[in-house]
Write a protein that binds this ligand. Structure first.
Ligand code: SAM
Length: 190
């Protein structure tokens, strides 16, 4: 699905941002200890504020997004820091776009809502004992012209993950952006 807008919307947004990445998501920084050392797939990474944070922490990171403008910025920021980053332009509204993406120790989904169908592919690309970290606007967030009801993470989104994942942490927070939820799942050994 598209989150908040289509590719043109996001390309335009990234093209008009200052030449500096935003800070990483607070919840990721606070919960860094839950991630398994190794690799991270950052789904809908944007221009990479979180990817850059993980690179700085010594993870190998692949960032995927449908906005080439976002990925160009991420590659530029990484180069500036002498970080090696992998990026791939992927449209997540294409049903099997995550098929054969590889295997990762961690998957991060920050401020993007995956469909249940995409979550099935995500399940397959996480290593045993790996982490699925999801953070973003939750169901109590007030819908406005930017965030649609369909963009809000619902508790039922993850009900099909029960057999392969254990929820190890859930938290809610309210800040000036709105109502934010964090889910940290650990993959059970198959
Ligand atoms: C709110 S931004 C979040 C970016 C980043 N995860 C962060 O936390 O800063 C949402 C991102 O989703 C991407 N996106 C939206 N729909 C998408 C789609 N169908 N396929 C791939 N990326 C998409 C946008 O390009 C944008 O980078």
């Amino acid at each position: 699905m598209e989150y908040m807008g289509n590719k043109e919307y996001w390309d335009d947004k990234f093209e008009n941002r200052s030449d500096k990445p935003l800070s990483a998501e607070k919840s990721i920084i606070e919960n860094i200890g839950y991630f398994k050392k190794g690799s991270v797939l950052d789904i809908a990474c944007g221009d990479g504020r979180n990817t850059l944070f993980f690179l700085g922490e010594g993870f190998q990171v692949t960032g995927i997004d449908f906005s080439n403008k976002a990925l160009e910025r991420l590659n530029r920021f990484a180069k500036r820091n002498n970080y090696l980053v992998h990026t791939k332009q992927i449209d997540l509204s294409v049903i099997n776009s995550l098929k054969n993406i590889g295997t990762f120790d961690n998957v991060l989904v920050n401020h993007y809502r995956l469909s249940k169908n995409q979550l099935e592919y995500v399940r397959e690309c996480i290593a045993d004992d790996g982490i699925l970290f999801v953070c973003g606007f939750g169901w109590k967030h007030k819908v406005d012209t930017k965030i649609r009801k369909d963009d809000l993470i619902q508790q039922t989104d993850f009900e099909d993950l029960n057999k392969s994942f254990k929820l190890i942490k859930y938290s809610e927070s309210q800040d000036d952006r709105g109502f934010i939820v964090t889910y940290i799942f650990k993959k059970i050994k198959s």
